[in-house]
Write a protein that binds this ligand. Sequence first.
Ligand SMILES: CC(C)(COP(=O)(O)OP(=O)(O)OC[C@H]1O[C@@H](n2cnc3c(N)ncnc32)[C@H](O)[C@@H]1OP(=O)(O)O)[C@@H](O)C(=O)NCCC(=O)NCCS
Length: 177
Amino acid sequence: MTDLGPVPWPPAPIRTERLMLRAAEARDRAGFVELYASQEVHTYLGGAKPRDEVDREMPAVPGQWPGSFVVVLDGAMIGQVLLRRAAEHARPAAVGKVDLGYLFLPRAWGRGYAAEACGAALDWIEGVLPDEPVVLATQTANTRSLRLATRLGFTEVERFWAWDAEQWLGLRPAASA
Ligand SMILES: CC(C)(COP(=O)(O)OP(=O)(O)OC[C@H]1O[C@@H](n2cnc3c(N)ncnc32)[C@H](O)[C@@H]1OP(=O)(O)O)[C@@H](O)C(=O)NCCC(=O)NCCS
């Protein structure tokens, strides 16, 4: 099971100081293709597929499931924040827990947008699942991602080797803990 369970979805669009988070819509498709075909975005995620393949395989409305937020800046998609239940995971400590992922277009890096969007998504999950911690796995070589994880309040559980690289597993305690 990868779903979050009985959480209300989609929530009303979430507004932050500069951004909006909402469920995916058909108009986001081009943004998803750009995001998933970007080699830079996938440097630490095993590399991106060729753009034509990504385009061919992308559904008409991509990323349409509870916990998948499109991040919008001034009307344009700049990234995706994902909260999923880790049904299967390389580390037992993460199995069954809610897992945070994030992908932003390189032109939106270095402005604090990912931190702002992930903070809002974590506030949302705290509201609907207050008793659940959140885990996050990222390559230790992915220094931007590690800095973001730390800024969001994740602390190291362990490091492990998978997918030909050292990985970092972090955990953010439940709001009610
Ligand atoms: C991981 C990723 C989301 C990080 O993006 P990011 O823009 O570096 O993250 P943040 O939103 O936390 O931005 C932090 C930077 O913005 C800067 N910044 C500028 N203005 C800011 C503001 N108003 N508020 C906060 N930070 C600001 C910070 O100083 C920081 O700069 P630094 O990187 O030089 O230290 C992005 O690199 C990415 O999408 N990577 C590809 C996908 C990926 O690897 N995902 C991980 C899988 S889990």
